[in-house]
Ligand binder design. Structure first.
Ligand code: UD1
Length: 368
């Protein structure tokens, strides 16, 4: 049975790696790796293949950047050309990026079964392109691998039949638990002249935060105040780097003496920074879960979250992009009032194995 596994953008690679490994344990399953090329810089793509030992993609569609419509359409056209002659028995997509929806849509129109890993995750905010990608991918998928009880409930509420939903947990955490030992052995802290707990780690790339100048400025104003009390390390996403330049905010950033900007980092170095951080500031989805699992306080620079479990049971707090609130909550953490907590249900490092076991069982040709 041929399974076309799709990866296109940075967060996909950490998710596809453990699934690939799990598929390798079944001799009757043949994975075909398709890289759409949504992300293409070394540190946004190839570095993760090297770190996780993911094999070279069987097909690289090379689509690159573009508006949502252009990027999605280019992926669809290139993927359709690849799929038709190679006829996979299943298309497996992960997460919520444009590559996820584009490939699922191509498969559904060709009547090829679709498996969606990370199904049911919802922010209930349709201004997020990722939310549109999630809802539509789930609507046309045949095997929906939900991350949590809440994700399962979201799918049920949208009318998805129970027999398509499998509650399996989070593959991102499979990768985290598998590599955890390596996090503290990287020399990234020495390299940046940092000591454990002496800095905050930040990421920022959500279009709604960085593409609107007033929003980006409000966030930078908060960082400016916080870095006067604790160093902030910001591995800079290319989207954010471009916007800082475009909006003429380079001097503002340069003048923040205790903000350390790096290029985007590989997984092990990045997680090495996360595990040593006093707290995390982010607008990413994955980091909300990762910080909860590692019991590190996390302030999420968004008005909503697709991971409500991390607020209810974990270390996450929503602070939006209100400059005062971001500063106030950061100071609270520095004053010892950060949230602690963790939730462990299904976050046991075996989500990928559960997924592949379901696929193997359900797709196996039935003997009479
Ligand atoms: C995409 C995902 C987002 C995910 C993020 C992780 C969608 C809708 N969004 O957003 O959910 O959290 O990836 O990074 O799919 N660029 C480079 N080099 C690269 C890739 C991108 O310079 O290798 C620049 C380009 O200028 C590009 C911009 O970053 O236009 C944005 O890239 P794009 O893939 O469109 O969206 P992301 O913001 O990365």
């Amino acid at each position: 049975m041929k399974i076309a596994c799709i990866a296109g953008a940075r967060p996909n690679f950490m998710k596809i790696a453990p699934i690939f490994e799990a598929i390798g344990k079944y001799p009757n399953l043949k994975p075909i790796l398709v890289h759409t090329g949504q992300h293409y810089d070394y540190e946004m793509s190839q570095i993760f293949f090297d770190e996780f030992g993911i094999p070279k993609p069987d097909f690289h569609l090379g689509v690159g950047s573009g508006s949502h419509a252009v990027q999605t359409a280019k992926i669809m056209m290139a993927f359709e050309e690849t799929v038709i002659p190679h006829k996979p028995d299943l298309i497996l997509v992960v997460g919520d990026v444009n590559s996820t929806l584009a490939c699922a849509l191509v498969g559904a129109k060709l009547c090829i079964p679709i498996a969606h890993v990370e199904a049911g995750v919802r922010s209930h905010d349709k201004t997020m392109p990722e939310e549109i990608n999630r809802i539509l991918t789930d609507a046309i998928s045949d095997y929906l691998f939900a991350t949590s009880e809440n994700a399962k409930l979201n799918l049920q509420t949208e009318g998805i039949p129970n027999d398509r939903i499998y509650l399996v947990g989070d593959v991102m955490i499979d990768t985290l638990l598998k590599n955890k030992e390596k996090f503290s052995s990287t020399n990234i802290l020495d390299h940046l002249g940092l000591e454990k707990s002496s800095y905050a780690l930040m990421t920022l790339h959500r279009a709604s935060n960085v593409d609107i100048m007033s929003n980006l400025t409000r966030i930078l104003d908060a960082i400016d105040t916080i870095q006067q009390r604790i160093k902030i390390v910001l591995p800079l996403h290319p989207r954010t780097r471009s916007r800082i330049k475009e909006f003429g905010l380079e001097d503002k950033v340069r003048n923040m003496e205790d903000m350390i900007i790096t290029e985007p980092l590989g997984y092990i170095e990045f997680m090495g920074l996360m595990i040593g951080a006093k707290f995390v500031l982010t607008d990413s989805g994955s980091m909300q879960i990762e910080t909860t699992v590692l019991n590190i306080p996390c302030l999420t620079l968004r008005e909503n979250t697709e991971r409500p479990e991390t607020i209810i049971e974990g270390t996450n707090e929503l602070v939006g992009i209100d400059t005062e609130l971001i500063v106030e909550k950061s100071m609270d953490i520095l004053d010892g009032k950060g949230k602690s907590g963790t939730y462990s249900k299904l976050l046991d490092g075996h989500a990928s194995e559960r997924i592949v076991s379901v696929i193997n069982e359900k797709m196996r040709p039935k003997s009479n």
